[in-house]
Write a protein of this length. Structure first.
Length: 747
């Protein structure tokens, strides 16, 4: 038997214990070569994607040995090759597994007894001889032959795909999508794979195409490469890109002459696969050539449609009269002040007046500047006037906080618009607008272009729309720069709150956040050891000497300091670690592994692609799942696992959801999450590891966002030099969009 340290195994697939039809994830018993076939102890457990294989096949496995808490040693498959069994034992096992309709164990034994190691050749080339086997007539022989040929075709397809670098999980996606035509699609149109199949990108398709002999400068490759380039730039936040920059970027990525790239851009524009916008000419300048100008903006069609829709709504809402009942703004503000028990600042009064007087307005400001007081007053005024008010935010936590602070009902934007899986879109849209008179959207800095487009289209023409956000925070995770672009157009009234009210309460969180924004790199109150950390302090910098010391102190904060000193906070539910990066000793992945071991060490769990999940684990949803009504960034906890069925049950916002193994990739441990994932949320206690090794991510708006996520306590653990690096780096990447120009073009 292969030793536990072995990275390869060859042997016979004995028994499939678990098989997921969707992704072909398999748990199976496997008998390595050179062992006694009759020795039951010789079998090992293998786990991983095994598409198209059957019991009895000889498999050549590559992977690694792991240890499951409940089931012991397992071989985790990274890649595999399969062969039809060559021994009588393997052939008997293979045919007896039930893969060929008409051949069960009884007939498998009869056929193998009759033909021995020649069985497969007989089935393929001389199937008429099956009638020599007792009990097999003409009809049964014909059906066995047909089923055998279909199985052989499927098997050859999997072998072909893996020959050209397609992984087992990608094989499953290709066969599920294209069926028997997968081989021909791959040979003739390999780049279709990148366009049509989620999870198989340009790089995979390009590797396959080059292996198949496609030329480096073939038009299909350049076209797919250009779309991939714009997709990549979209992931960096851009909804558009300048023609000259796109040519340079793509020619470098594809290692191709820039003139060929320019020609393909023109061809894609002609085919309407790309959209071009000419740069705006000055008063005395001639109109530029639309396509050839380096300053022309190139867009993917869906980004152009989204920005055009946003521009349409800004224009439409501004043109149509208000549906609100008559409201005397000054009297309403005075009434709200009396109800609140204090006098508003003039900027706060202006914000309320703007929201009531203008159909579309923006309220922006940092922490402690009074946004909450304004929203509470505005909601009370509108309710008193029997106005239908809707409150929404991009995340569940932000919506919950909005509801608590205003006294109204708030929901996430996705739940407000009601996604309809059958139609692949939102129920509330331009044709079926929301039944509202006034829509308030908090955390609007998180709005990406596509979500903003869907939301704005659902706003009735006579309704008011107020966007509330902090423009100094990180931009949206998705592409676009909606809030900043709207403000920059000067078409929308904007109230900027600058006076800090919570400073009077000596809030270290608020004062530090504003100091960061002003470029003040002075280190907040600091200590070297956790024993020196003051229980009453709401923001402290704990100095760490290196990454290992940082990890040790973050872990100690969660497992010792919070339970023993800040006893009123739960170490899992109330504490959130926010890291700048995923990799490294103090990155999200290693923090989660360490904190899971420290906070939830004993429970048995189920292995997913990136972690083992145990009852009690804190988890985060990584993508929108409209069927489950779960969205990217939702945080929940694992309630139970079923090791036999390979499922887990997790609770999010009081609702329980079941996940099978094929869906484990949608989850990740959430003891630590990235700062980007924390946008729109607040937590009672925030712990931030901050090291010079995070230099690629250290920016002022990143640190500002992290600190302002803390509601009661913030502890930064790291190197003082890293703090200074982040505060001094105020140059976040500028996102290229066409939204400002689209709005300016409207009446």
């Amino acid at each position: 038997m292969a030793s536990p340290a072995s990275q390869t195994l060859t042997g016979v697939l004995e028994r499939i214990i678990f098989f997921n039809e969707e992704n072909h994830y398999t748990i199976a018993e496997f008998r390595p070569d050179a062992v006694n076939p009759n020795d039951p102890e010789a079998k090992v457990t293998i786990v991983g994607a095994l598409p198209g294989v059957e019991c009895g096949e000889t498999l050549h496995l590559e992977g690694e040995w792991t240890r499951h808490a409940q089931h012991g040693a397992q071989f985790k498959i990274g890649a595999f090759k399969s062969e039809l069994p060559s021994s009588v034992y393997g052939i008997r096992k293979y045919l007896g597994s039930g893969l060929v309709p008409g051949i069960g164990k009884v007939y498998a034994n009869k056929i193998v007894d009759a033909f021995g190691i020649e069985t497969f050749r007989i089935l393929s080339e001389e199937s008429g001889r099956l009638r020599d086997v007792e009990g097999i007539g003409k009809k049964r022989a014909g059906s066995i032959k047909q089923a055998w040929d279909e199985k052989r075709t499927e098997r050859e397809l999997y072998i072909f795909l893996q020959t050209y670098g397609v992984t087992p999980s990608q094989c499953v996606k290709l066969v599920n999508h294209f069926g028997p035509a997968a081989k021909q699609v791959l040979i003739n149109e390999p780049y279709r794979v990148a366009r049509e199949i989620d999870g198989i990108g340009f790089k995979t398709a390009d590797r396959i195409a080059i292996n198949l002999g496609f030329a480096n400068d073939a038009a299909p490759r350049l076209d797919a490469g250009l779309i991939f380039a714009l997709d990549t730039l979209q992931e960096e936040g851009h909804t558009a890109f300048r023609h000259g920059d796109l040519v340079e970027y793509s020619s470098q990525q594809l290692e191709t002459d820039s003139r060929l790239i320019e020609a393909r851009i023109e061809a894609l524009i002609t085919a309407k696969s790309l959209v071009v916008h000419a740069p705006q000419a000055g008063p005395a300048e001639p109109p530029p050539s639309t396509i050839r100008s380096p300053q022309s903006l190139i867009q993917l069609p869906h980004n152009d449609r989204a920005e055009q829709k946003i521009a349409d709504v800004v224009s439409r809402v501004g043109r149509v009269g208000s549906g609100l009942p008559p409201i005397k703004a000054d009297a309403a503000v005075k009434w709200a002040e009396e109800k609140a028990g204090f006098t508003f600042h003039e900027l706060q009064r202006t914000a309320v007046r703007n929201a009531l007087a203008h159909k579309f307005s923006v309220l922006t400001g940092g922490p402690g500047t009074g946004k909450t007081s304004i929203l509470r007053a505005l909601v009370e005024i509108l309710k008193a006037k029997k106005v239908r008010v809707h409150l929404a935010a991009p995340t569940g936590r932000a919506a919950q906080r909005l509801a608590e602070t205003t006294g109204g009902f708030a929901s996430t934007i996705h739940r407000l618009l009601k996604y309809e899986p059958a139609n692949g879109g939102f129920t509330s849209n331009e044709s079926n607008p929301l039944a509202t008179d006034f829509l308030i959207v908090d955390e609007a800095s998180m709005l990406d272009t596509r979500l903003a487009s869907a939301l704005f289209q659902a706003v009735p023409s006579r309704a008011h729309l107020l966007l509330v956000g902090d423009t100094d925070q990180l931009p949206s995770v998705g592409a676009g720069n909606v809030l900043k672009d709207l403000i920059a157009t000067e078409r929308v009234p904007v109230t900027r709150l600058a006076v800090i009210y919570r400073q009077q309460e000596q809030s270290g969180i608020v004062t530090t956040a504003h100091a960061i924004n002003s470029g003040d790199a002075s280190l907040p109150p600091s200590v070297t050891e956790l024993t020196d950390l003051q229980a009453w302090s709401d923001l402290t910098f704990v100095i760490a000497t290196d990454a290992e010391d940082c990890l040790r102190k973050v872990t100690a904060l969660c497992t010792e300091f919070v339970p023993q000193v800040w006893k009123w906070f739960h170490p899992v539910n109330d504490v959130q670690v926010l890291a700048p990066m995923h990799k490294g000793v103090a990155g999200v992945a290693n923090l989660n592994a360490t904190l899971q071991g420290a906070l939830n060490p004993h429970a048995r769990g189920l292995r997913g692609p990136t972690a083992e999940y145990r009852p009690g684990d804190k988890v985060i949803q990584l993508r929108n799942n409209y069927d489950k009504n779960l969205f990217n960034g939702d945080i929940g906890s694992v309630k139970s696992i079923d090791g036999v069925a390979g499922t887990l049950e997790a609770e999010f916002d009081g609702e329980k959801h079941k996940f099978d193994r094929g869906e484990f990739g949608d989850l990740a441990l959430a003891y630590a999450i990235s700062i980007h994932k924390s946008q729109g949320s607040e937590y009672p206690v925030v712990i931030i590891p901050l090291l010079k090794g995070h230099f690629m991510m250290l920016q002022r708006n990143l640190l500002y966002t992290a600190i302002t996520r803390g509601r009661k306590k913030v502890v930064i653990v790291g190197e003082p030099a890293a703090y200074g690096m982040a505060v001094r780096n105020s140059e976040s990447k500028q996102r290229v969009t066409h939204l400002k120009e689209a709005i300016a073009a409207r009446p």
